[in-house]
Design a protein around this ligand. Structure first.
Ligand code: SAM
Length: 445
């Protein structure tokens, strides 16, 4: 066990201040700053005149000239981009991506360092969030997804945007502006091979959503401009809105448990790193050790990737109930579970009034829970509902370490402690990280 729980912290949810409270704008001002440590969100922290400055494109220990990008004389904190490096970190490298840098594409946060050091930065962030929000001392490290030490050419799903003139690109950081790109180094080679990047698409298209499945098949879907309810769009726009989004097939391999195929909408949720789904299913099954006959609840189940492998493990004497809010994912998931009579997938808006009845209708008892919520996490009510059913173990798959830490503190209130926690670099070069925490009743780990 690599995580230790120490008392409890709480999230600090202050409201953002309004424009007037920000005072006179400081945007464009240049400040010389000494960069301290990394912070959640893809930036590092510095201080100026007693105020925190979140500085992108910097690294801990550097001295930089930074240009303010957000904030004013009355702001609690400022945002800035490092535009000149006065003293470079030994971990700095020239960015291999020409679109990563101040004022450019907002997709990557850490192209100016190695994937290895990016993982070290994320390790510090996960440790800090767990310590501050849940009182947990974690001594683990963010691990590369097996086979991906370098962190380039991994992304299989991207929503590209189009400039008003139809050039394909990616959004600037915290902006709707589009930076035209001829390549994106974190996308799989199949995306560059489409020739889409560098292309001019029809105007009237706001972007192109691209998905590459496990077999390397590419699906590209034009994203039309949303029409107002009063109408006024072209026939092409009408057709694009009506066209059903096709499915792709994703194969998940889990050592010792074989391969399973999943149909999923080309615009639906699927892990964007090709090694992620296998890695996460393996970790969850290895830690939970589902037994024949057990009852399992899979919350935020998507198209049933955990549901299906769990169903294999509990066998026909067991039962697995997946709950998911997206109607298309539920429909696809039900198809993916064909041949597994012990598994079912139902639509439920988890956390909304009455959602618990779906559990009561589907499971008499709950031995295990898997939950894989969106970035906002599950929240106190959902954690309370799960722990009240007294499962022997819970696997929490989390894409936001702050939301995870907050929810772990709620679970601790209900008597569930962390018995293992691993973190994976499923989004190299960006600040995103995936954590998998296993919880059990305190005293029973
Ligand atoms: C991070 S994804 C995980 C999906 C799945 N476990 C997987 O690995 O493919 C989160 C899922 O939660 C679903 N979701 C988000 N909010 C929800 C809610 N309130 N109730 C039910 N499902 C929700 C989303 O549609 C999405 O499929």
């Amino acid at each position: 066990m690599s995580a230790r729980q120490r008392g409890r912290g709480r999230g600090d949810r202050r409201r953002p201040r309004n424009r007037a409270a920000q005072g006179d704008s400081l945007v464009g001002q240049r400040l010389t700053l000494d960069i301290e440590d990394v912070a959640q969100g893809g930036h590092c922290v510095a201080r100026h005149d007693g105020r925190v400055v979140f500085v992108r494109h910097s690294l801990p220990g550097e001295r930089v000239v930074a240009e303010v990008t957000d904030g004013g004389t009355g702001s609690r904190f400022l945002r800035a981009d490092a535009v000149e490096i006065l003293t470079a970190s030994p971990e700095r490298r020239p960015s291999p991506c020409v679109y990563a840098g101040p004022g450019l594409c907002g997709g990557c946060d850490w192209q100016h360092t190695s994937a290895r050091f990016g993982r070290e930065l994320k390790t510090r962030v996960v440790r800090e969030q767990l310590q501050r929000l849940a009182g947990i001392e974690w001594d683990g490290e963010v691990e590369a997804v097996p086979g991906d030490e370098e962190g380039q050419r991994w992304r299989t799903r991207v929503e590209f945007a189009a400039t008003p003139r139809g050039r394909i690109g990616l959004r600037r950081h915290r902006s709707h502006d589009v930076v035209p790109v001829d390549d994106c180094l974190i996308t799989v080679p199949e995306i560059a091979a489409t020739g889409l990047l560098g292309e001019v698409v029809e105007t009237g298209v706001t972007g192109v959503d691209v998905a590459v499945d496990s077999a390397g098949e590419v699906v590209a879907i034009d994203l039309p401009i949303r029409r107002s309810s009063s109408g006024g769009g072209s026939a092409a726009e009408d057709a694009a809105h009506r066209d059903p989004v096709p499915n792709v097939t994703e194969t998940v391999h889990v050592a010792g448990r074989g391969d399973r195929d999943f149909a999923v909408s080309a615009r639906g949720f699927w892990q964007v790193h090709p090694g992620a789904a296998s890695t996460f299913v393996t970790e969850v099954l290895d830690r939970l050790r589902p037994q024949p006959g057990e009852r399992v609840l899979d919350l935020y189940s998507g198209v049933g990737v955990f549901t299906a492998f769990l169903a294999d493990a509990v066998g026909t004497d067991g039962r697995v109930l997946g709950l998911e809010g997206d109607a298309r994912a539920v429909q696809d998931g039900q198809g993916n579970l064909a041949g597994l009579p012990q598994a079912s997938l139902q639509r439920a808006d988890i956390g909304r009034d009455g959602w618990q009845s779906a559990i009561d209708d589907g499971l008499d008892t709950v031995d295990l829970v898997v939950l894989d919520p969106p970035r906002t996490g599950a929240g106190r009510e959902v954690i309370g509902e799960i722990t009240a059913r007294q499962p022997r173990a819970i696997a929490y798959v989390a894409c936001d370490p702050a939301a995870l830490a907050r929810d772990l503190s709620y679970a601790a209130d209900a008597g569930y402690g962390v018995t293992s926690l691993r973190a994976f670099d499923a989004f190299p070069m960006t600040h995103h990280v995936e954590c998998i925490a296993i919880l059990s009743r305190v005293g029973e780990s």
